[in-house]
Design a protein around this ligand. Structure first.
Ligand code: SF4
Length: 326
């Protein structure tokens, strides 16, 4: 794994879930426990597939995974996450223009229009700036988005890139039946057929000791591509717009096989928790970003009534230790 600043690109250009960097600041949920409504129109249900974000949720805190996947508790949009969505939209749509017109100036100019578009599709985001009578906070926030977009041009040159895919949704089923899914920001394919998977981050690059964790999402995508297309991506590339770093890794088959074993073990733990209703909270520094402290026993709260049927631990295993259906 390597970090460069800026990147020299790696693969020649020939032919292109997003994850947000920063969660919201703590926003107490309404009420102190007991029954809570799921997100509007979405009934509580057991998990059927795994994405990198939700896998990370379970590894961080099983109870957080439950709140998000099973209870589907609503969460407050944050300025940081929304800015990430806005920046991603600009970087994606810039490739609609002819190569020569993909300039930093053009990209910056797209920010207000893409914000209007985002607001039209998600009117609830207007609440982020509801108490910003003079519009100063919104102007500052849009300015930050423009700076992030501009920094991208010091890391990559979009006039020399023709992505094969952008915002690519992929889903693959493993032999075990586990479905993996994700959205890849950009896929580049070189004339040689070599594939590069690229993901943009609006936060800062992690310290070197945490870089392997940062690549978890990218190796996950590589595994999905391998399972779907039979192609081992040549390069995985994380572009950190917050700090102006590019993190790259060239995976080998052993990485994908190791990750697949890890995901199967994780999925087994998720299924067991789903059946038994035993979702343990795990208190860490990241709790400060959690929307659900009011429902969390670690913070004196009570989770909503578990909405699924429960059975004793291990009760679905057959005589050979295989997992039965959830
Ligand atoms: S507050 Fe912390 S321990 Fe509680 S659900 Fe959220 S992440 Fe888990």
């Amino acid at each position: 794994m390597s970090t460069s600043q800026p990147s020299t690109g790696g693969l020649p250009a020939a032919g292109g879930e997003q994850e947000q960097q920063a969660g919201p600041p703590p926003v107490p949920a309404q009420g102190g426990g007991g029954p809570a409504p799921a997100a509007a129109g979405r009934a509580p249900a057991g998990p059927t597939s795994l994405s990198p974000s939700r896998a990370n949720d379970f590894m961080q805190c099983p109870l957080l995974y439950r709140f998000r996947v099973i209870d589907r508790l609503p969460e407050q949009p944050s300025e940081a996450a929304t800015r990430g969505t806005l920046v991603h939209a600009v970087l994606e749509r810039l490739f609609d223009d002819p190569a020569a017109e993909r300039t930093a100036e053009r990209a910056r100019a797209m920010v207000p229009g893409q914000w209007d578009r985002l607001l039209a599709s998600r009117p609830e985001l207007a609440g982020l700036f509801a108490e910003d009578a003079g519009g100063e906070r919104l102007a500052r926030w849009l300015g930050e988005a423009e700076r992030l977009v501009e920094r991208w041009f010091s890391l990559e040159d979009p006039t020399r890139l023709e992505p094969a895919e952008r915002e690519l949704f992929l889903e693959a089923e493993l032999d075990s039946g586990l479905r993996l899914r994700g959205v890849i920001d950009r896929v580049d394919v070189a004339p040689t057929g070599e594939v590069r998977i690229v993901d943009y981050k609006t936060g800062k690059a992690p310290r070197p000791e945490y870089s392997e964790g940062a690549m978890f999402q990218m190796t996950f995508y590589a595994l999905v591509v391998w399972r779907l297309k039979g192609v081992l991506p040549r390069r995985l590339q994380l572009v950190y717009l917050g700090s102006g770093d590019v993190l790259t890794y060239d995976p080998v088959m052993a990485d994908l096989e190791r990750l697949e074993r890890r995901l199967l073990a994780l999925w087994e733990a998720i299924r067991e928790a789903t059946r038994t209703g035993d979702w343990r909270p795990r208190r860490t520094k990241l709790c400060g970003w959690c929307d659900h402290q009011a429902f969390c026993p670690e913070f004196g709260g009570t989770p909503p009534v578990y909405p699924l049927a429960v059975s004793p631990a291990g009760s679905d295993r057959d005589g050979e230790g295989r997992m039965g259906p959830v």
